[in-house]
Design a protein around this ligand. Structure first.
Ligand SMILES: [Zn+2]
Length: 289
């Protein structure tokens, strides 16, 4: 098993049929890099297995499929966006036609076919090698990790310490499910855990704990803030930005951070801690009565 260490890690798993790529990086260049590596190993590419439908994880698919025709395996739900990546900027823009600034390669990959759709808990066998799809939802709606033997490719269920510090709050769509996924990882016995961003870890516990701590701090901050009165989403966003050092440098980073904040708020609403109030044409978040 190999990890192509880069801004986005890709796994390369040797099987009797050739190499299976676990995620493919951001773009055509990342796809080409995977093929160069396969050449060095003297093995053909046999298949692609995607963990989730963020452009930086499936953006190399199209080039690999063009050059090798390998089949693509992807989790249900995520598969829809891998096939139609235009939906990524659309959902980040609340379902409306996005402004041009959101149609960029970091938020919208080249479309890729998906030949095999699987669900968390299922096993995939390629070239005699069995892989297990582990439910790691929360960072995206239906993200999975891929377990191969003693290695768990955990995608973006947790971030390495350095990328975690850089983002302030990791991207998520459901803070509660992301927390559950982190707890599941903390009690998982895998010998190696490979995050999508950061080093492969033999001792993942401190890093998992750092990820959990950020979620808990942000949850506590939102609860405390709403105790002092209701607030609109974008007011909360403006207030939390300096507290967690969020990077808000362009429309893309703004909508990503807004989605993450909403992932905390919808979790708190589901748990009965926060409520929605509509007042004078504004959507306000309030402390639950
Ligand atoms: Zn991701």
């Amino acid at each position: 098993m190999h990890v192509l260490r880069a801004a986005v890690n890709c796994g390369l798993v040797e099987t009797d049929a050739g190499l299976v790529a676990i995620d493919t990086g951001l773009d055509r260049g990342a796809g080409n890099k995977i093929l160069r590596h396969a050449q060095e190993l003297g093995l053909p590419l046999a298949a692609i297995v995607n963990t989730h439908a963020h452009a930086d994880h499936h953006g190399g698919n199209a080039q690999l499929v063009r050059r090798t025709g390998v089949p693509v395996h992807a989790p249900a739900v995520e598969a829809a966006v891998i096939r139609e990546p235009g939906f990524e900027p659309v959902y980040l823009f609340c379902g409306a036609e996005p402004v041009a600034a959101l149609r960029n390669r970091f938020l919208q990959a080249e479309p890729s076919p998906v030949d095999h759709v699987f669900r968390a808990g299922e096993r995939i066998t390629i070239g005699g090698r069995e892989m297990e799809a582990v439910d790691l939802g929360g960072h995206s709606l239906a993200q999975v990790g891929i377990r191969v033997g003693e290695v768990l490719f955990a995608a973006d269920a947790f971030f390495g310490q350095e990328p975690l510090a850089k983002h302030g709050i990791p991207f998520l769509v459901d803070a509660g499910r992301m927390r559950d996924s982190l707890l599941r990882l903390a009690s998982d016995g895998a010998e190696w855990m490979v995050p999508g961003h950061g080093d492969a870890l033999r001792e993942p516990e401190p890093t998992l704990r750092a990820n959990l701590a950020v979620l808990d701090r942000a949850t506590a901050w939102i609860g405390e803030r709403l105790r002092h009165g209701p607030a609109a989403t974008e007011d909360l966003l403006a207030e939390i930005t300096p507290v967690f050092g969020l990077r808000m440098t362009d429309p893309g980073s703004f909508v990503l951070n807004r989605t993450a904040l909403l992932g905390f708020l919808s979790t708190l609403e589901r748990e009965g801690a926060v409520a929605v109030a509509l007042e004078a044409g504004r959507w306000l978040w309030t402390e639950a009565a």
